[in-house]
Design a protein around this ligand. Structure first.
Ligand SMILES: NC(=O)c1ccc[n+]([C@@H]2O[C@H](COP(=O)([O-])OP(=O)(O)OC[C@H]3O[C@@H](n4cnc5c(N)ncnc54)[C@H](O)[C@@H]3O)[C@@H](O)[C@H]2O)c1
Length: 269
């Protein structure tokens, strides 16, 4: 018997098998969930690379739907949830594992971010959670669980995380307001703050290698986490194991967030 038996939901944010959303999906599948997926729309429909990459992963685990969705496009979001209604009727959970900042804005200091870059980063990485919640609410008449992915750079300054830190701060704030607004509809909204993991997106963050070494040296558990560990903790937030939990940011980072200074044994090489 799985913790997600009988539960149906959508996963936004699989790009490839390194994606955190894929780690979560593997565990959702193991726990018995029925799943629908989105992928970034392909620029050239004659060569649907994005769709192929996602289908290769999710078709073998019995995906109920796979649709293109650019979260910046309201029509795409409407189509995604219309399809979910057609396929599932109602849903129980949504995984929002989406973020983006233009490279030139991500690499530079926060004071140098362009107006357009800031808007794009906030639109894709933050507004999309609100846009998803608004539509998911219609398909959750009996309540549900919505989970987004955050990082410590939204709470503290993490050098190199730059504009994405501002996005994660806004995302975690949005999580609390959404939890308040949707609570009476029995819809829970939580964030999972993962430690650094090598993925397509994180490789765009400067000094990811350094950050991973620092976690190895400083975290209470003296190691980094992986996609599978994030997947297991996600089940807690998405399943009935956390029916009393909303507006929370759960850190899955080997405890790194509690440290204020390096331990005496810390070696950074
Ligand atoms: N990897 C890490 O170290 C780490 C740590 C903490 C939090 N996170 C967060 O986890 C989430 C997933 O990131 P990941 O590391 O798995 O990388 P990833 O690149 O595998 O996933 C990011 C996803 O965002 C999607 N995306 C980007 N722009 C989009 C748009 N306009 N419309 C729809 N989808 C779009 C991409 O297609 C991709 O699937 C992000 O929110 C990220 O900030 C990552």
């Amino acid at each position: 018997m799985g913790l997600m038996d009988g539960k149906k939901g959508l996963v936004f944010g699989i790009a490839n098998d390194y994606s955190i959303a894929w780690g979560i999906t593997e565990e959702l599948h193991r726990q018995g969930a029925q799943l629908g997926f989105t992928h970034l729309p392909d620029k050239d429909p004659a060569s649907p690379k994005m769709e192929r990459r996602v289908r290769k992963l999710v078709d073998p685990i019995g995906a109920k739907m796979v649709v293109p969705c650019n979260v910046q496009d309201d029509a795409d979001l409407d189509r995604t949830f219309a399809k979910a209604k057609e396929v599932f009727g109602t849903i129980d959970f949504v995984v929002h594992s989406v973020a983006y900042a233009p490279m030139e804005d991500l690499k530079g200091p926060v004071y140098g971010v362009s107006r357009e870059g800031f808007k794009t980063s906030m639109d894709i990485s933050v507004f999309s959670l609100m846009a998803v919640c608004k539509r998911a609410k219609e398909l959750m008449p009996d309540g549900g669980s919505i989970m987004t992915l955050s990082y410590l750079g939204g709470e503290r300054v993490i050098p190199g995380y730059n504009v994405m830190g501002l996005c994660k701060a806004a995302l975690e704030s949005a999580t609390t307001y959404l939890a308040h607004e949707l609570g009476t509809s029995k819809i829970r909204v939580n964030a999972l703050s993962a430690g650094p993991i090598r993925t397509l997106s994180s490789s765009a963050v400067s000094d990811l290698d350094v950050m991973m070494k620092i976690y190895n040296a400083m975290a209470p558990m003296r190691r980094n986490v992986d996609q599978a560990e994030v997947g297991k903790s996600a089940i807690y937030l998405l399943s009935d194991m956390s029916t009393g939990v909303t507006g929370e940011t759960l850190h899955v980072d080997s405890g790194y967030h509690v440290m204020g200074a390096p331990p005496a044994d810390a070696k950074f090489d």
